[in-house]
Structure formats: C-alpha cells, structure tokens
Write a protein that binds this ligand. Structure first.
Ligand SMILES: [Mn+2]
Length: 423
C-alpha cells in the first residue's frame, strides 16, 4: 500500500476453479498474487486495498456453509479472513457487486487488470457506474483510470524476503532429492514415466505440493524436444536422459535440469557436449552477481557454447560472426534463464529503461544453457546427432555475489556417473 499513490486503490481476484469434466475439477492452485499478499489459498476471493482508509485491507471470501463444507471442504469465511488473514474488513464474496461502489469512492485510480476476465470486468464496470451515480450527490472521486497491478506488485514479488528465501531453499532441497532419486533408479529399460513418478513421489513425501510444472523426462533424442512431456518411452542403453523437474513447496517452486547417461557412463561424444554445456553454465553463474544482468548471463553461455560448437565441428566460421548472426541458435535456441518464485516463470520486468536490468540481492533466477542436436541434422557430425543436454540451477543473488540454491544436485561428469544407477 505504501507503493500506491495517494488516490490509488487496488483490486485483485483469485483464480477460478477449472472444470476437468462433469462436476470434477482440476486440483485448485491459488493465484500467486492473491497468495503473496494475503496467504489465502481458497477460490472465490477478492482483495481490495484502500490506502489511507480506516479499513485499508478488505477481503471478499466464500461464506461458511456447513452443509456444503461436508462436500467440498472447510472454509474460513469472512470471520476467518479477519481473525487469521489480517483483513480489516471481510465480507461474503457474493456481496462484492453491492459493496464495491461505496468502497471505491474517494479513489481516482484503480490498480486492476482489465480485459482478463469479462465477468469481472462487467461486475467492476457496474460498480463504477453505481459509484458515479452516488458521486453526483456526494461529489466524491470515482476511479476513472485503470492501471495493471503488476507494475507495483510484480516488482515486489521479484525481490524475495528472508522468509521467502528459506521456503525457496526448501523447495530447492526437495527438487535436488527428486533428481537424486531419479538418477539412482536409472538403468536401461526403465521408462521415462517411472522417473517422473519417482520424482513426484519424492516431492510429496518431503511435504511439497508436487511438481511446480509438468516434469520433463526425455530419453535419447526426446531430449531435443524442449517441452517433451509425454514421458512414455523406455530409456535405452547408451542414451542420455534429460530431466527438468522442480518441487513446489509452500507454493514456491524449484526448477532444475540434469542430464545423465542411462547406463551410468557417458560416451565420448556425450562427454564432449556435456562438458561444453557445463562450462557454459559455470561461465553464466560466475557473472550472475549483484550488478550483472540477465543479458550478461545469456551472453556468457552463448559465447562458450558457440566457441565449443566451432571446436567440435557443429558450426564453421568466426565465433563473433556466428554470435552476431545467431547461427548458434541452430543448437541453442532458448534463453539462459528466467525469474523464479511462486511461478516457475516468475513475474517481474526483465528490462528497465530499455536495458537488461541490473541483478540485485533478493532476486532468484535460473541458469539453464543447453545444446540440442536434431537427430536428422545432416550438417552435424554423426556422433552428436540426437543428443540433447541441458543443465539448470536456481541462483539467489546476494550482496556481492550469488548462492546456488540447488548446488547439491550432482553436476560434474564424475559426480553424475557415480549417482546414476546407485539404487
Ligand atoms: Mn527453467
């Protein structure tokens, strides 16, 4: 509320339930914005912030209903919103349309995300109309400018508090445990989905909610498909398997990728590409420090990877030119990182004043270079075709440096070889 202007209010809605089929719903996952500001995890919720008022934090939540709660679960109700979630005022969600006109009076700007949900837009516009009618009699301000709340809120979410860092470290630790369990269980003939299931089991067993995004387990050339989630093939002797999985804990998620040999031993060509990706990742981690930038992090990986692609015969020509004309994108086509937090691709602006913004303490980002050689790439040396490798860790920026939250996951060639098949 300190970040809002003097005449600014803010209205946020929870995420609706999504029906899977009939009366069966997908598991509910709260809106990250609503959870961040209130800790509220149930659907049918709206938060209203009115700085300067006697009751600045107002919640609209589902009412208690003992008969319904027998079917669909316990509810806190408006009383619980006040007693346990710090609301200054709390009302039934069904009273939103009726109460908003009065609550919005006195404010000129409303931080509300327009054009996302037509029903909410309609409800709000009805409330504005009613507030205007009242304003003709009492002369009070009515919001006439609508600002995306992300401008203020997502900037706040980008910088993690000490409590958030502790939760993210737990998410990171469980993520590492999942990868270790999957490595240990890997041997030729095991199916991709078996590793997926071991990972999910480990996450839940540790008290996590489950994966923070759909787990990717790609054996062999399936690893060259970036978002491969079928996870249906058996792992073959002599192939690599690329696993991208992160545990959600306290609604914050980890995001780690490791690539390992199915039989526990890298072949020579696999080893060459793996070491190249690892070198690129280390180069990026070294510059992911206070004062660095996401662009700098990406450029560090691009340079190392492009030099390596030339050295290994994947590309031909001058490294600077191959970087400038983006030839490296043939084998490295994605960015090197993203913000991480409540969402796997977390919120927060990447640019400030047209420049890649400086990294600051409290930011958490992933660093995930890779190399992907299509199976049918006639230009690639034979021995590299069909190999996909990515290595990803979660990095917290601290004063003067960084902390790799996921450093306990094996990463060097010898550590990975030791971990594979050890179960
Ligand atoms: Mn990632």
């Amino acid at each position: 509320m300190r970040q809002l202007g003097d005449y600014d209010a803010c209205l946020l809605f929870g995420t609706p339930h999504v029906v899977r089929n009939g009366d069966s719903e997908f598991p509910y996952r709260p809106s990250s914005d609503v959870f961040y500001l209130s800790g509220w995890e149930a659907p049918d919720v709206a938060l209203l912030f009115r700085p300067g008022s006697d009751h600045p934090f107002v919640m609209f939540v589902a009412e208690r209903n003992p008969a319904l709660e027998t079917w669909t679960g316990r509810r806190w109700g408006p009383e619980g919103a006040k007693d346990r979630f710090g609301a200054d005022d709390a009302f039934a969600y069904s009273e939103l349309a009726e109460r908003l006109p009065d609550l919005l009076q006195g404010y000129r700007n409303l931080h509300y995300r327009v054009a996302e949900d037509p029903d909410r837009d309609q409800l709000l516009m009805g409330a504005i109309k009613a507030a205007r009618r009242k304003a003709r009699r009492n002369g009070m301000d009515v919001p006439d400018a609508f600002i995306d709340p992300s401008r203020v809120l997502h900037e706040l979410r980008l910088f993690k508090s000490e409590d958030e860092m502790a939760i993210m470290q737990r998410a990171a630790d469980l993520t590492v445990e999942g990868h270790l369990a999957a490595m240990a269980a890997t041997r030729p003939g095991v199916y991709e989905y078996e590793l997926e299931s071991i990972i999910g089991h480990t996450f839940r067993l540790g008290g996590g909610t489950g994966p923070g995004y759909t787990t990717i387990v790609g054996g062999g050339s399936n690893a060259t498909i970036l978002h491969y989630i079928e996870n249906s093939a058996p792992l073959k002797d002599g192939d690599l398997v690329c696993v991208d999985a992160g545990c959600e804990y306290g609604l914050y998620t980890g995001d780690v990728t490791r690539t390992w040999p199915v039989n526990g031993q890298f072949t020579e060509p696999q080893r060459e590409l793996y070491q190249l990706v690892l070198d690129a990742q280390e180069a990026s981690i070294a510059v992911a420090v206070e004062g660095g930038s996401m662009r700098g992090v990406h450029q560090a990986s691009v340079r190392v990877l492009t030099e390596g692609m030339v050295a290994l015969g994947l590309l031909k020509g001058d490294v600077d030119i191959l970087i400038a004309d983006e030839s490296y994108k043939r084998y490295y086509m994605h960015g090197t990182g993203h913000w991480l937090g409540l969402d796997v691709h977390d919120v927060g602006a990447y640019y400030k004043d047209g420049e890649s913004r400086p990294l600051e303490p409290g930011m958490v980002l992933t660093i995930e270079p890779g190399i992907y050689v299509p199976e049918d790439d006639e230009n690639a040396p034979d021995q590299y075709r069909g190999i996909g490798i990515r290595i990803e860790d979660d990095i917290l920026i601290v004063a003067g440096g960084n902390r790799v939250l996921t450093s306990a996951a094996p990463k060097t060639i010898s550590d990975v070889e030791t971990a594979v098949g050890s179960a």
